[in-house]
Design a protein around this ligand. Structure first.
Ligand code: HEC
Ligand code: HEC
Length: 345
């Protein structure tokens, strides 16, 4: 019997404590006889007790010396208070603030077919209009929002994301693969069509994201994933104030009409923020909080961090509500509820 349980001291401890605790707290005064479960197995019990194989019945006062009582209370505190406290603290840390410092790979793309796929992935993300034209329904490229092709913190970087998918997402109400997430941006941010999941384009984009994520442990986020959310604004966001700020801070690049500015070949030098050539109503950037966070950290271009939080909210509340393409599948979003308040539909 001892040999069988030799590896499970914790289990034996627990069984002994479970047997002893009610006796102490409920029947201490009555000095009732206590059945000690498996007393022989427990090191706390003196050899003479252990040796009396047939005599497992003792009074609580015989077994429970003051020293053992203190030990029992200490074990109880450790088991039921401190350990769960530490575990839940650790869990909270890993969900909220345990982030890996942002870092980009220092090496070149590898030689050979893999390196070519990674390079194609980077081209697709930087110049989506050129390399995946038939899947794009507006004037944007991935890098217009994922600045530097997903290499910029707080501009929805791709660093680390290959280890974060598949993941459950409330918007789709299911577990999404990285490929499905990429197609989410094709259909919404680029107002276009999804890539075939096993197309060379999709494989190349995933290869590029995986290359960017190579030094980030699976399942952990980098600092600067997404765009760091701003605290709620002190005053309600005001589109009128936002429009004035937009004219003074944004319009010299994006145009007073928000339509950006085009090169002679039709490609955009400065991308449109609304209208037919911009992202549709179901894109992440069409949401107030996402847009406010993005522009606070990244706009005006080259002067990220120069707007106050309130200004970022005001401007976002203005440009996100401007006319933009609809999204035919919008009724399928958040099928299990939980639609955020700043969704436009
Ligand atoms: C109009 C801006 C915009 C464009 C263009 C855009 N995205 Fe996004 N993308 C976003 C935003 C905003 C998010 C984060 C949304 C959120 O809050 O979850 C995002 C999230 C993502 C994510 C998930 C990131 C993460 O941390 O989970 C991937 C992958 C992604 N986009 C890929 C792409 C690809 C590939 C393209 C080009 C085909 C693209 N995006 C184009 C705005 C854009
Ligand atoms: C100096 C020119 C410049 C100014 C000023 C500027 N932007 Fe931009 N903005 C850009 C460029 C360039 C990009 C695309 C970046 C890229 O592709 O690398 C961009 C991208 C964006 C995007 C994502 C792409 C899209 O079309 O939706 C948003 C949103 C945006 N800017 C909003 C703003 C807002 C709001 C302001 C004013 C606070 C602002 N920008 C000021 C140049 C500018």
């Amino acid at each position: 019997m001892g040999g069988e349980n030799a590896g499970f001291h914790g289990d034996i401890n627990l069984r002994v404590w479970l047997a002893v605790i009610p006796q102490i707290f409920g029947k201490l005064k009555a000095e009732k006889k206590v059945e000690i479960v498996s007393a022989q197995q427990h090191e706390l019990y003196k050899p003479e007790i252990r040796n009396q194989k047939n005599s497992t019945s003792r009074t609580i006062c015989e077994v429970m010396t003051p020293y053992r009582f203190v030990l029992l209370i200490m074990c109880w505190v450790v088991t039921f208070a401190i350990v769960p406290g530490i575990l839940s603290f650790a869990a909270a840390q890993s969900h909220s603030s345990l982030k890996i410092p942002f870092s980009l790979p220092e090496d070149e793309f590898p030689d050979g077919p893999l390196g070519e796929a990674i390079q194609f992935g980077e081209d697709l993300v930087m110049e989506t209009q050129t390399f995946a034209k038939s899947y794009v329904g507006n004037g944007l490229n991935c890098r217009n929002c994922h600045l530097g092709g997903g290499t910029t913190p707080n501009a929805m970087p791709f660093v680390g994301i290959s280890g974060l998918f598949p993941t459950y997402r409330g918007r789709s109400g299911k577990v999404d693969s990285l490929q499905e997430r990429i197609n989410g941006c094709f259909r919404r941010s680029l107002n276009g069509k999804p890539l075939e999941l096993d197309s060379p384009e999709m494989t190349a984009i995933v290869a590029y994201m995986t290359w960017l994520s190579q030094s980030i442990p699976t399942g952990l986020e980098v600092e600067g994933r997404g765009a760091k959310r701003l605290p709620p604004p002190s005053n309600p966001p005001d589109p009128k104030r936002g429009q004035k700020l937009f004219i003074s801070k944004c319009s010299h690049c994006h145009g007073e009409d928000g339509q950006g500015s085009q090169n002679s070949n039709g490609s955009y030098l400065f991308p449109p923020l609304w209208g037919d050539h911009s992202f549709n109503i179901a894109a992440g950037m069409a949401r107030l909080n996402t847009a406010a966070a993005f522009i606070k950290h990244n706009m005006p271009f080259g002067q990220g961090g120069s707007l106050t939080d309130q200004e970022a909210y005001d401007i976002a509340s203005f440009f996100t509500i401007q006319p933009r393409p609809d999204f035919s599948d919008k009724s399928k979003d958040w099928p299990k509820g939980g639609k955020p308040k700043d969704a436009r539909y």
